[in-house]
Design a protein around this ligand. Sequence first.
Ligand code: ZN
Length: 409
Amino acid sequence: MSKNERIVFVLGAGFSAPANLPIQDRILQEMIRKPAEDILSYIPEPESTKFLKSYISVGIFLLQNYTAFDCIEYKDRFEELLLKCKYTKLEPGILSEDDKKNELLILREKIRECLEKSNISVSLEDVFTSFDKTYQSREFFHKYSSQYIDEIKESITRLFVYYFSKYCKNHTYDKGDYLEFFNFLKKHVPNAAIISTNWDVLTETYLEKYKINYDLSLNDEYFVQDGSYKPKSQKTIRVIKIHGSINWFRCLNCGKINIVSSNDCGNHLFDDESPEICKSCGEIRDTEILFQSQIITPTMMKSLNGQLYANLWSSARDALQNADHVIFVGYSLPIADFDFRYMLHQSISNNAKIDVILYHDDDPSQTDKLKLKDLLPEKRYHNLFAKNKIEFCYDGFGSYFMNKNILLS
Ligand SMILES: [Zn+2]
């Protein structure tokens, strides 16, 4: 493997696995999880009023649509509370800020208990899919208006961002697997590009930690960034996040993406103390929503016609077309990724070398059953890249890059 070889890394969910980042389904479990059993040792998370409102509206939506539970009583209670929250002056019969928050906390706990008892097991991907289909077909989702669906969708996305970034924050950024990967990457700057299908900020945070310059392939006119953004230089690698990112927020007023430092993004949307302010156009919104989270699911791709994603996808296409070597890390080539699979198939040249790094669970040699083998990623890779030389490694990416690093040293 020469240092001048043009390498593209395609990162999938398996890349975030060593950091124990929750996949979509685990976000719901996280929502339902009971606070610590032992009351004495339990220090409650500081939960903002904005967070509580999102939690409750999403909780009620899930209970109504995906469980047998009747929650009319909670729905009425919530509407009553929202009405009370509108009044800020203290008048007879109007609750103080602390009282409002307490009421919301009590309601939130009741809803959490119901979700727990209901054994709800819907995948959030399914919920998103119904939203996107509703949007595309302009149909009503059950009895809801599209405005209500938009609000619920934004609330779910915000909860997602919140829980996700909590996990990212707890990661210590010293895991051996990642050290091997970024050491390898460092030796291939600037001839490498990363295409990530993940929403988390692991890659950017590690790159910043290891002082590797990167460029998010967003045209300047489409975004503003706070914190540690470095100007483009020769020694930069491209990081292309084709499904968006938990720290990207689109301003509904001017359309620009505000990129928030990865440490703050969880609280950014739920901060009671400060209003939402766009760093580009200066628009300020105190109670209403200004930012729209940029987390894109495969079904959403079809309804996106924004220039931002067109540019990102064309950057990804360009990187793949020029690659001598494509290394898939923790990416199982899921069937649901129709558009991305199409792009991979169209863009990667027949001469490009392909390496696929997965885990033991994906190894077809673990089973004798032909039917099972056919369901594993290896078969999908062979089908899509019939003419390429493909090597599979099932020991995880830590050991793969460790071996490459030894060869290079
Ligand atoms: Zn703006």
